[in-house]
Design a protein around this ligand. Structure first.
Ligand code: SF4
Length: 588
C-alpha cells in the first residue's frame, strides 16, 4: 500500500442525530476504488439502506475526493453521492471551488454525514476538530451569498477553506434545491440541497491545514509541468475565453438550443444571450477553482440603484454558464441579458438548481398559455420573455404561497401529473432535462444517467459529431456501447476527481503516468477495467433500488421537436434502454 493511498484513506463519519463523529481508515476502499465516485458509491452501498426515503435521516450525504486532489491541475472536484429526493434513486453531483482541496488538506478522503439534527446547525471541520454550531440565526436568511459572508466572518484564520451551504430552497425541501460552494460553484442537480435541509444542516465548513509528502518529487515535477502546460493550451481555451456560454451560438446554429419549452431548437434571441455578447457587454472577471489555470467561471456585473437613494448603485457579480442561459434564457424565451442575469441572481439567492427551475417554469408557461391552469394558480402572468414575472415566480417556488407552487417545488413530473400537460413536461426519470436537443444519443444517455447532466457521458458531442460529419445514427446496440464506453472512462476521471473540462488533456496515458508519479502501481488497462467496474456497480445499485427504465416515460415533446439529426424515435431510445438493462443484469 503506497503512503499516498494511506494519506487519502481517512473517512470522517458524522452522525447529526447524536452529534458525534469518528474517523475510520478505509484503505480497503481507496486502494481498490481509487477515490471520488469509485469510493463514494461503495460508501453509499454501506450507508444507505434500501427503500429509505431520500428525506429521512437514514439517507446519507457522501462526499469524496481523489488521489489527484490538491496536486494536479484541474483536479478540483468533490463528488457527492446521495439518494435523490427528485426521483428516489442513487444520484451524484460534483462541485469544485475550494471544496475538494479543503477536504484533502483537512486530512480526509471522504466524509459521510448521516442522521438528522433536531434544530438547524452548521458543521465546522477544522482538521481533526469537528464542531456542531447553532444555525438558528442564519436559517431562513434570504440570500445564500449573505449566509456565506456571515460564516466567513465568524470563522477567520488561515487554511484552505470551503463554505458549502443551502439557501431557503434547501431549508424548505424544494426537491431541486442545490448546495452552493464558494458563492459561484454548486452541487447543482438532483436535489442535494433538500437532503441538507432534511437534516437541518445549513452549512458545512471545512478548513484544512495539513500537508502531504510527495513520494518522488522529481517525477512529480515532470508530469506536473507537462499537465500544467497542456491545461493552458488549446484543449481548454474555449472554457477560458467565453466559458461554457460559448455553446449558445453553435447549438442554435444547428437547431439544438432548447427554446420555449423545447418547442424549437432555434432561438431568435440567441445572439443577445450568447457567450460572445455577455463577454463584450457584461463580463466583469473570471475566477477559478483551486489549482486550475483555466478559470472558466465567468462573472457578469449588474448595477442596481438603491430604492431610497438616487444615483447610488450596488454592483453585483453574477456567474453565468451555458446551462443557466438555456434554462432561464432560451427555454423561457428571455433575450434581455440584464433580465436573464437577474433571474440567475434569483436562483442563486434561493439556492435552486437553474435547469430544473427553468424547465418547471417553461412547463407552467405553456400550461397557462393552453388554459390548463389559470393565473389563479400562477399568481403572476407567466409569459415567454417576461423576466420580471419569472423572477417573482422563482421566489414563489420557494415561498410556496399556494398549492400550485407547492407542486412546482416537487418538480415538473409531479406538477404535470397533478394539473395535466404531462406531454410537454420535459423530464426523464422525474428529472428535468439538460439543455442539449442535439439528437437521440444525448437523450438516451441522460435517461439512464446519474447526474442528468450533459457530463454523464457527453453524448451531446456524439450527436454533434454525427451532424458535422453527416454520418448516420448507429444501431441501438452500438449506440449503447458508445455511451457506456465514454461513461465508464468518465468514472475513472471522476474517481481521480478531475474537472471534466480537462478531459481533453488528461489522456489515459497521462492519467496512468500521473498516478504512478505519486506512488500508484497502475496501468491504463487497470484504469479501464476499474472504470467499467464502477460503471456496473453504480447502475446495479440503481436497478436494485427499483429503477425500471423500461417503464420510463419518454417526454413526447422531445420526440415531437426535430433535432439536427431529425426526429428522435421513441423506439430507438427504448432499444438503447433495453440494451442497458440487459447488460447490467447480465453483470450480476
Ligand atoms: S475549468 Fe472551470 S470548473 Fe473546471 S476546475 Fe477550472 S475553473 Fe473549475
Amino acid at each position: 500500500m503506497s503512503d499516498w493511498v494511506k494519506s487519502l484513506s481517512k473517512v470522517l463519519y458524522i452522525d447529526l442525530t447524536r452529534k458525534i463523529f469518528w474517523v475510520e481508515d478505509r484503505e480497503d476502499l481507496f486502494s481498490k476504488w481509487l477515490g471520488g465516485i469509485g469510493v463514494a458509491v461503495q460508501l453509499y452501498k454501506e450507508e444507505v439502506p434500501k427503500g429509505v426515503d431520500p428525506l429521512a435521516p437514514e439517507n446519507a450525504i457522501i462526499m469524496a475526493v481523489g488521489p489527484a486532489t490538491g496536486v494536479f491541475p484541474m483536479a478540483s472536484k468533490t463528488i457527492a453521492v446521495f439518494k435523490s429526493p427528485l426521483n428516489g434513486y442513487i444520484a451524484e453531483s460534483h462541485a469544485g471551488g475550494r471544496s475538494a482541496a479543503a477536504i484533502r488538506f483537512a486530512g480526509y478522503g471522504a466524509i459521510v454525514i448521516k442522521g438528522a439534527s433536531d434544530r438547524p446547525v452548521y458543521i465546522v471541520i477544522e482538521d481533526d476538530k469537528i464542531r456542531f454550531r447553532d444555525a438558528g440565526t442564519i436559517w431562513g436568511m434570504r440570500s445564500s451569498e449573505t449566509v456565506g459572508r456571515v460564516l466567513r466572518e465568524a470563522l477567520p484564520g488561515a487554511g484552505m477553506r470551503t463554505i458549502m451551504r443551502i439557501g431557503r430552497a434547501g431549508e424548505r425541501l424544494i426537491r431541486y434545491a442545490n448546495v452552493t460552494a464558494e458563492t459561484y460553484r454548486h452541487f447543482g442537480r438532483m436535489g442535494l440541497g433538500a437532503v441538507f435541509g432534511s437534516k437541518k444542516l445549513k452549512a458545512l465548513i471545512i478548513i484544512g491545514r495539513k500537508g502531504f509528502k510527495l513520494p518522488d518529487v522529481k517525477s512529480f515535477r515532470e508530469i506536473y509541468k507537462e499537465l500544467y502546460d497542456l491545461t493552458r493550451g488549446s484543449a481548454t481555451r474555449k472554457y477560458h475565453d467565453l466559458g461554457t456560454a460559448a455553446n449558445v451560438i453553435p447549438l442554435d446554429k444547428i437547431g439544438a438550443l432548447p427554446t420555449r419549452n423545447f418547442t424549437s431548437g432555434r432561438f431568435e434571441g440567441a445572439r443577445e444571450i450568447s457567450g460572445e455578447k455577455l463577454a463584450e457587454e457584461n463580463l466583469a472577471r473570471r475566477v477559478a477553482c483551486v489549482a486550475c489555470p483555466v478559470a472558466c467561471i465567468h462573472l457578469a456585473y449588474i448595477r442596481e440603484e438603491y430604492e431610497t437613494e438616487k444615483y447610488f448603485y450596488k454592483t453585483e457579480f453574477i456567474p453565468y454558464d451555458y446551462e443557466l442561459i438555456y434554462a432561464l434564457g432560451s427555454n423561457l424565451g428571455v433575450s434581455d441579458r440584464i433580465g436573464l442575469l437577474k433571474m440567475i441572481k434569483a436562483v442563486e439567492e434561493e439556492g435552486l438548481d437553474a435547469i430544473s427551475t427553468g424547465v418547471v417554469l417553461a412547463w407552467a408557461t405553456e400550461a397557462l398559455e393552453r388554459g390548463i391552469i389559470t393565473e389563479k394558480e400562477t399568481l403572476v402572468q407567466l409569459r415567454w420573455g417576461d423576466w420580471r414575472n419569472y423572477v417573482n415566480a422563482i421566489h414563489n417556488i420557494v415561498l410556496q404561497p399556494n398549492e400550485f407552487y407547492r407542486y412546482l417545488g416537487l418538480g415538473v413530473e409531479e406538477a404535470s401529473k397533478r394539473y395535466g400537460g404531462v406531454d410537454f413536461a420535459v423530464a426523464f426519470n422525474k428529472v428535468e432535462v439538460a439543455g442539449y436537443h442535439t439528437g437521440p444519443l444525448f437523450h438516451a444517455s441522460v435517461s439512464i444517467g446519474f447526474r442528468h447532466s450533459h457530463l454523464d457521458a457527453g453524448a451531446y458531442s456524439m450527436d454533434e459529431k454525427l451532424v458535422a460529419s453527416g454520418g448516420s445514427i448507429p444501431d441501438a446496440e452500438k449506440a449503447f456501447e458508445m455511451i457506456k464506453e465514454e461513461e465508464a472512462w468518465r468514472q475513472v476521471l471522476n474517481s481521480y476527481t478531475l474537472c471534466l473540462f480537462g478531459r481533453g488533456v488528461y489522456t489515459k496515458e497521462l492519467v496512468a503516468r500521473s498516478l504512478r508519479s505519486i506512488g500508484y502501481n497502475i496501468s491504463e488497462k487497470d484504469l479501464l477495467r476499474l472504470g467499467e467496474e464502477i460503471y456496473m456497480e453504480k447502475h446495479r445499485i440503481k436497478l436494485e433500488e427499483g429503477f425500471n427504465p423500461l417503464d420510463m416515460r419518454i417526454p413526447r415533446r422531445i420526440l415531437e421537436t426535430p433535432t439536427p439529426l431529425g426526429q428522435v424515435s421513441e423506439g430507438f431510445i427504448k432499444n438503447i434502454v433495453s440494451q442497458y438493462v440487459e447488460k447490467i443484469r447480465k453483470s450480476y
